[in-house]
Design a protein around this ligand. Structure first.
Ligand code: GDP
Ligand code: MG
Length: 825
């Protein structure tokens, strides 16, 4: 609670203090080189700074610190977090908020408060996709973010908060990236976050079972000169594999504290955060180079402060300490890096945010984003000219282009580091992976195996779901009976029984089915099979004008199209991304499942799973067809190649799978209590009024508002064999597809002549019409939430409206075809 009141002021910067004001330094942000320079000048946590002259928009600003006068640029002062006197007064009295005017704020008091404030630490998780960032995030913050065993599940940064050892952490789960170049939106995003948001510390999450590739990103973070701690995650797998890593030695070599962790169990996380605190509090002075350059009084002060931090044990010492190293790129490259850097250094103004070495390396890698940034500098043209010159030198000396040479050099560095610290044993686990892979990604067998999995998934959904479904049905019936027994006759009773219980009850019985479907999807994702499925589908996807990567959003669409469309963000190629989004609604989401279950149960009892599978298959087929059409005629652009990752197989824990399953279930229940309940009541109302004196319920409904609406659209759907009630069902499905069933539930209750509770027995249509109806529901108008997602991800309403239009037209055509063909027999 105290924390909330502190966080209000979290962003007060030295640059915001006005002439004559005083403040105490809380922390210095920015990359290591800058921080070091600032500390050398005496801008140290806990020190009082007085602003001698701060003219708005005028550089530099003059400060007085420890009796010296020092000037800083505005931009530099922006990177120093302070606590102002005014803020300090408020903080002293956080609960009443009133200023105690007469109380004297001594410098000691201010320093004391700054210390308290310093206890807020911003950390960001940076690592490859699938290395366990979200698992660590969840473990540390107690959140329940979804983890998945394929790249790109985390498309947004998520923030979590928690307290540990008297510190308040704000932890950010960033999207997974293999590198920090400017190739994908994630990479740019992560880089931007590090530079713009300046986390106090970065947790570089490294998959210990895949060190070589994971350390590549680490080398780039080292280039950026950011303060970091490495979470050596999946440490259990490293141990199981029999391989050995001397992580203490590695830590020494690369100058980054390393803590082994297991994201799934939380092992090592306490230690990790201890080391983070130590590193955060200590890093300004434990660095021996700084010790030499800093004035004695500054040094004493920092040491005094550090003594205040008393962790239960001292962790940092046995896990290495942060020390900035340079990844050695070899003589040729290093010379060029230096040459470019020398020109960049002339721009004092950028040195607080960027490591000049990082900029130089990125320029040599032809990084577009950095190029754009550099072009805007006064000597931008000179810098680029030198870069071009050096690129030629490198090309000549190494016979490969700069970018490749830098990548090779980095991998060389990594191999070197691993050679000294890593011992390979029999790679037992990897062999298992290879054996399984040779079967499930087989050129021929891969496909039947995949479809077998899908079949099992749907069969399971149907068969296993039946038992709990009967139970819930019974329960709903009992509740209905109870209410009808005790409530007095009248509209209110009709509302409760027909509107609420009929509508909501009709949907809630499908909760078990939906949970089972999610259970299967979670299992396939977490085990690593989904990535294989994507892999074998790659070829087919290419024929559709898509990539293997599109496959995952498409499969996710079986759960819900909304997150699926958001997941398509991970596809680098714009064209492919757009098409993936547009065809995603054809992936039958779980909200459509209830209507299939009702109609299949009633009309195709013998061949239930098969019919269900073919509905899904038709959806897929149409998606293929549409994707081909779109890529041929609608969306312009070329294909770009990319790597497909195959993470090792993992046996997912029961706990995580159940958690994912439950998360979805909870969402479903929420929807039930919200939109579905309201819509059910609305539909009941429209069917109940205006009241007339009719013989039967059916007659009443026909003359009600809803009957009138249904009648209005009847001519359009009549050729499909649908009556007005089915039409009203379709209309309500525009809001959310679950509403189709609940609407039918309301419309078809209380037909006097039919004594059945079971909705499926109450819908009087032929199997052909039922099939057409299911297909119509499958294809037509994506729900409102899906359209909103398409708009958001594609950036324009144009594509959302297009999706709404083409699906509805297609649905009509397909249902019409089914009706015509069906009537031939
Ligand atoms: P992210 O992509 O980096 O966010 O990774 P996730 O947190 O989504 O994890 C990917 C998969 O690895 C999930 O199936 C996790 O259950 C699993 N996982 C995470 N940490 C560990 C770990 O330390 N050991 C093992 N064996 N599996 C882990
Ligand atoms: Mg994640």
């Amino acid at each position: 609670m105290h924390y909330l009141c502190l966080s209000k002021f979290i962003n007060m910067r030295l640059s915001e203090l006005k002439t004559g004001e005083k403040g105490v330094i809380v922390k210095v942000l920015g990359h290591g080189g800058f921080r070091k320079r600032i500390v050398e000048m005496g801008f140290v946590k806990g020190k009082t700074v007085e602003v001698l002259l701060n003219a708005p928009l005028r550089d530099p600003v003059k400060y007085k610190i420890m009796g010296y006068e020092i000037s800083l640029r505005h931009q530099e002062a922006e990177m120093i977090e302070v606590i102002s006197e005014e803020e300090a007064k408020l903080m002293q009295n956080p609960y009443h908020g009133a200023l105690t005017e007469d109380e004297q704020l001594t410098d000691e008091k201010l320093a004391e408060l700054a210390k308290g404030k310093r206890r807020i630490i911003n950390v960001a998780l940076v690592g490859n996709p699938n290395c366990g960032k979200t698992s660590l995030f969840n473990m540390a913050s107690g959140a329940h973010e979804h983890v998945g065993n394929y790249s790109g599940v985390t498309v947004d940064a998520k923030a979590g908060f928690f307290s540990f050892q008297g510190y308040h952490f704000r932890i950010i789960d960033l999207p997974g990236t293999y590198s920090l170049s400017a190739y994908s939106p994630e990479e740019i995003y992560v880089r931007k976050h590090i530079i713009e948001e300046t986390p106090d510390l970065i947790i570089n999450v490294v998959d210990a079972s895949n060190l070589e590739r994971n350390l590549y990103l680490t080398t780039q973070l080292i280039d950026m000169n950011v303060k970091m701690v490495m979470a050596l995650n999946m440490y259990d797998e490293l141990e199981d594999s029999g391989n050995r890593l001397d992580h203490e030695k590695l830590s020494e070599l690369i100058g980054v504290p390393i803590v082994p962790t297991v994201g799934r169990t939380g092992q090592g996380i306490d230690k990790l955060f201890h080391v983070i605190i130590e590193s955060y509090e200590g890093s300004d002075f434990v660095n021996k180079d700084i010790r030499k350059q800093v004035r004695n009084e500054v040094m004493d002060d920092m040491e005094a402060w550090h003594k205040d931090v008393e962790p239960e044990e001292s962790y940092a010492s046995d896990h290495g300490i942060f020390r900035h190293i340079h990844v050695n790129h070899g003589p040729v490259l290093e010379k060029s890096i230096e040459a470019v850097k020398k020109e960049i250094v002339h721009n004092e103004a950028i040195r607080h945010k960027y490591s000049t070495r990082f900029l130089s390396i990125k320029l040599l890698e032809n990084d577009r984003d950095i190029e754009r940034f550099v072009t805007a500098l006064p000597n931008g043209a000179d810098i680029l000219a030198i870069r071009d010159r050096e690129a030629k030198v490198i090309m000549k000396a190494m016979n490969e282009d700069c970018e490749q040479a830098i990548t090779d050099a980095k991998y060389g560095f990594i191999s070197g580091a691993l050679k000294e610290t890593f011992t390979v044993s029999q790679l037992e686990r990897e062999q298992t992976t290879r054996v399984i892979d040779s079967i499930v990604t087989h050129r021929i067998w891969g496909y039947p195996i995949f479809f077998l999995f899908l079949y099992i998934m749907f069969e399971g959904t149907f068969v296993l779901g039946e038992y709990p479904m009967m139970g819930i049905e019974w329960l709903v019936e009992q509740i209905g009976n109870l209410v009808s027994h005790y409530m007095p006759e009248g509209p209110l009773k009709d509302l409760v029984i027909d509107g609420i219980i009929g509508g909501v009850g009709g949907v809630i019985v499908f909760l078990p089915n939906i949970l089972i479907l999610y259970f299967f999807i979670s299992f396939l994702e977490d085990s690593g099979y989904m990535a294989r499925a994507a892999f074998i589908m790659d070829k087919i996807m290419h024929r559709m004008g898509l990539h293997g990567k599109s496959f995952i959003p498409l499969i996710m669409g079986f759960g819900c199209n909304v997150p699926a469309i958001m997941a398509s963000r991970m596809i680098e190629d714009r064209k492919c991304r757009l098409i993936t989004m547009l065809v995603n609604p054809l992936m039958s989401c779980s909200a459509r499942l209830p209507i299939y279950l009702v109609l299949i149960g009633a009309f195709f009892p013998g061949t239930a799973s098969l019919v269900l599978l073919s509905i899904y298959a038709i959806g897929i087929l149409l998606a293929v067809l549409m994707a081909r059409l779109f890529s041929r005629f609608l969306v312009k652009g070329d294909d770009t190649p990319f790597v497909m990752e195959l993470p090792p197989y993992r046996v997912p824990t029961v706990k995580t799978i159940f958690r994912h399953t439950w998360e979805k279930g909870a969402q479903y229940l929420k929807k039930m209590g919200g939109i579905i309940m309201i819509a059910s009541i609305l539909i009941w109302f429209l069917g109940y009024y205006p009241r007339g004196s009719y013989e039967t319920m059916a007659e009443q409904q026909e003359h009600s508002y809803i009957g009138q609406i249904g009648k209005t659209i009847e001519p359009v759907i009549e050729p499909l064999g649908f009556d007005w009630k089915l039409g009203v069902g379709l209309l309500s499905g525009v809001g959310a597809k679950e509403l189709v069933v609940s609407t039918l539930g309301v419309l078809y209750t209380n037909e006097e002549d039919i004594e059945s509770v079971n909705l499926s027995d109450r819908i009087p249509v032929t199997p052909t019409v039922a099939l057409g109806y299911m297909l119509f529901v499958l294809i037509y108008f994506p729900c409102v939430a899906t359209l909103a997602a398409i708009r958001q991800e594609s950036g324009s309403w144009k594509w959302a409206l297009f999706a709404a239009f083409y699906t509805t037209a297609l649905a009509w055509v397909v249902a019409y075809a089914v009706n015509v063909v069906g009537n031939l027999f």
